[in-house]
Design a protein around this ligand. Structure first.
Ligand code: CTP
Length: 152
C-alpha cells in the first residue's frame, strides 16, 4: 500500500487544486490531505473566505481524497509522515526545495502547478466585481425565480 501526503489551504477550491490532488492520488493507493487551520493561516498572514471546517469538508468530499487532517503548524509534517506511514510527500512546484529536509522520511515530489489559476487571483477578481452589478444580477435572478414559481 503506497500512501501519499500533501498540504494546502484549499480556499475557493479550483481546478488547479483538483488537478494536483488527482495526480497525487494516481501515484499511490491512499491520499492524505492536510488542510491548514484558520489560526495557522492567520499566522502566515492568509485570511480565508471559507472556514477550516468548510474547506476540510469540501476537500474530504473529493473522490481522490481518502483522509483529511488539520495542518496547524509547519513542524507537524515529520510526525504526520510517520503516523500515516506516508511513502510520498507531494506539493505543487511553487514549493520546490521548501520541503527537501523531509527527504530522509519519505520521497518528495513537486508537481507542475496548473497555470493561470490561484485562489489569490480568484479573490482579486471577486474584489473587482461592482456591488451595484451584483445587486442587478440578483434582481434579474429573482425575476427568473418568480417566473419559475408562477409556472409551477
Ligand atoms: N496548486 C496547483 N496549481 C494551482 C494552484 C495551486 O497545483 N494553479 C497547488 C499548490 O501548489 C499546493 C496546493 O495546490 O500544492 C494547494 O494550494 P493552496 O495552498 O490552496 O494555494 P493556491 O491555490 O495557490 O492559493 P494562493 O493563491 O492563496 O496561494
Amino acid at each position: 500500500m503506497r500512501i501519499i501526503i500533501t498540504y494546502g489551504t484549499f480556499d475557493l477550491i479550483h481546478i488547479g487544486h483538483l488537478n494536483l490532488l488527482e495526480r497525487l492520488a494516481n501515484m499511490g493507493d491512499k491520499l492524505v490531505v492536510g488542510v491548514s487551520t484558520d489560526d495557522f493561516n492567520l499566522s502566515k498572514g492568509k485570511q480565508c473566505l471559507y472556514s477550516f471546517e468548510e474547506r476540510a469538508r469540501i476537500v474530504g468530499a473529493l473522490q481522490c481524497v481518502d483522509i483529511v487532517i488539520p495542518e496547524s503548524s509547519w513542524e507537524q509534517k515529520e510526525q504526520d509522515i510517520q503516523t500515516y506511514h506516508a511513502d510520498i510527500f507531494g506539493m505543487g512546484d511553487d514549493w520546490v526545495g521548501k520541503f527537501d529536509h523531509l527527504a530522509p522520511a519519505c520521497k518528495i515530489v513537486y508537481l507542475p502547478r496548473t497555470p493561470t489559476i490561484s485562489t489569490t487571483e480568484l479573490k482579486r477578481s471577486l474584489a473587482k466585481i461592482d456591488p451595484v452589478a451584483i445587486q442587478k444580477i440578483k434582481k434579474g435572478l429573482d425575476g427568473v425565480l418568480d417566473i419559475v414559481k408562477a409556472l409551477e
